[in-house]
Design a protein around this ligand. Structure first.
Ligand code: PLP
Length: 487
């Protein structure tokens, strides 16, 4: 254990809780990925905050990746894994998709970097307009969190109000809105108490809570609609993930709720921001607008709109709001209700080239790509359901293939289709089992985040899927034998 990080030395004994089989599994993982362990150890003296170190998300004993192709990654020790992490769902076409890689390679010789207008930016904005209904303007940013933050500022500037309504349990990136009353894994706690007066709560150290700046609404509960009406006069905007992860198995309810919220926002003249960073372009080619039939004032896109992992995010929506960014060339415009959301590298050449190639491919092949992801998910769901019936071990695939999926063990049916009941239906034992499962999966050449996310791409082949299902079954049987399967 001495080669591990201090965090791992503290966490692994808690995870093993004296189970010697589990301790042996950890030893086997360490032995097969010596190069990754050494690289992680080395990184601790200089790096911080890389994806391998995120406090809530990073798997223990992270892989140091050497190369990636399609649905697989290879570590520095030469082990190959089915990748079910997929850059937090962003890698929808699989790693290194040739269609995007070739377009970027061809374009790079132009030598443009950042800070200029070039035609590909306009091509990309027009492509988004052609896909997403009723988009008048598109602005580029880097991260999903930055896009959401910019959209809220544009609303505050336009409406000249500061209070923002958001929904309990929803994450919107590393900004103040995203980090208040966000999902439980990040905040570490589930609030009790009345739904019509949810206390504003920061989920992280360093986030500043000003009670009067937020109105926290419960998701998929009628009280939220009443609160919206009551507070409409003081709201700069409503920020909403149209299909948050905890609603992933109840998408029809989410769609109904989004349209109810949208109708009240329209009636009360409160701008609505769709945070489509995860669900955008997955639920439908035209994003959540096409899927729900509701037109918000702005939609924020990230993740799958980046090509090759080069960050690019977007705010797409009404000129009335998005045009507040443009100063029209006069500096004094900044004093006249314009909103500053600029950064040096936004819309840079490489990220736009990569995004343009990715989005063109996504548009042209949308139905076949999504059909492939759906069929991969169905295959895995069915294999696990047969396995569970045969073995009596209640493992299943949770979530909708268009969003995020994960393995689940013995989950109870929530009492209602709401965030609080969904969270209350998971047990501590099941969470520990899922954390332990990550290592059993690792020995079966499957890589996931800190709990077994099952993010699937269109590039996962039949062979990948069968290896994945076989590996999960072997892992679960071994865990049962080792006394590590609790829920
Ligand atoms: C719904 C949602 N919005 C926003 C974000 C933030 O995106 P980014 O990590 O690119 O800042 C995320 C990230 O996972 C997300 O899930």
């Amino acid at each position: 254990m001495k080669e591990l990080s201090p965090a791992e030395r503290a966490a692994i004994p808690v995870l093993c809780a004296g189970n010697e089989h589990m301790a042996a599994v950890i030893e086997q993982v360490i032995a097969r990925q010596k190069g990754s362990v050494a690289a992680h150890r080395r990184s601790l003296n200089s790096l911080s905050g890389t994806p391998s170190m995120l406090s809530y998300e990073a798997p223990l004993l992270p892989l140091c990746v050497k190369s990636a192709k399609g649905g697989r990654i290879t570590d520095v020790d030469g082990n190959e894994y089915i990748d079910c992490h997929l850059a937090y769902t962003a890698t929808i076409l699989g790693h290194n998709p040739p269609q995007v890689l070739d377009a970027v390679k061809r374009g790079l010789d132009a030598g443009i970097d950042a800070g200029h207008l070039f035609e590909e930016q306009v091509d990309l904005a027009e492509l988004v307009q052609s896909m997403v209904p009723d988009v008048e303007r598109v602005a580029f940013f880097h991260t999903g969190g930055e896009a959401v933050s910019a959209a809220t500022r544009l609303c505050r500037a336009t409406k000249r109000k500061t209070r923002i309504a958001k929904f309990e349990g929803c994450y919107h990136g590393s900004n103040e809105v995203g980090l208040h009353n966000t999902w439980m894994a990040l905040s570490g706690m589930l609030q009790a108490g009345s739904l019509d007066n949810i206390m504003t709560m920061a989920a992280t150290a360093g986030a500043v809570t000003r009670e009067e700046e937020y109105l926290i609404l419960p998701y998929n509960v009628d009280v939220a609609l009443e609160l919206l009406r009551q507070h409409a006069h003081e709201l700069a905007c409503v920020v909403m993930d149209p299909a948050p992860p905890f609603m992933s198995i109840w998408l029809d309810d989410a769609k109904r709720f989004v349209t109810d919220v949208g109708a009240i926002c329209d009636e009360m003249d409160v701008p609505l921001i769709f945070d489509e960073v995860v669900c955008g372009f997955r639920l439908a080619e035209g994003g959540a607008r096409q899927w729900s039939g509701h037109k918000p004032q702005m939609s924020c896109f990230g993740k799958v709109v980046s090509g090759l992992g080069v960050p690019l995010s977007m705010v797409a929506g009404d000129a009335k709001y998005v045009d507040r960014i443009s100063t029209g060339g006069l500096f004094r415009d900044a004093m006249m209700g314009k909103a500053w959301v600029a950064s040096t590298g936004s819309g840079n050449f490489v990220s736009v080239l990569a995004s343009l190639a990715q989005m063109r491919y996504l548009k042209e092949h949308h139905s076949s790509l999504m059909a492939r992801i759906d069929s991969n998910a169905s295959y895995l769901r069915e294999r696990l359901s047969h396995f569970a019936a045969k073995s009596g071990l209640p493992v299943s695939l949770q979530g909708n293939s268009r969003l995020q999926m994960q393995l689940s063990i013995g989950k109870k049916e929530p009492e209602s289709h709401t965030y609080r009941d969904m969270m209350a239906s998971s047990s501590q034992e099941a969470f520990r089992t899922l954390m332990a499962m990550v290592f059993y999966l690792r020995l079966n050449n499957i890589y996931t985040k800190i709990i077994p996310t099952m993010n699937l791409s269109a590039a996962h082949t039949d062979e990948d899927m069968s290896m994945l299902a076989d590996g999960i079954e072997r892992a679960v049987l071994q865990m049962d034998k080792d006394g590590m399967l609790l829920w």
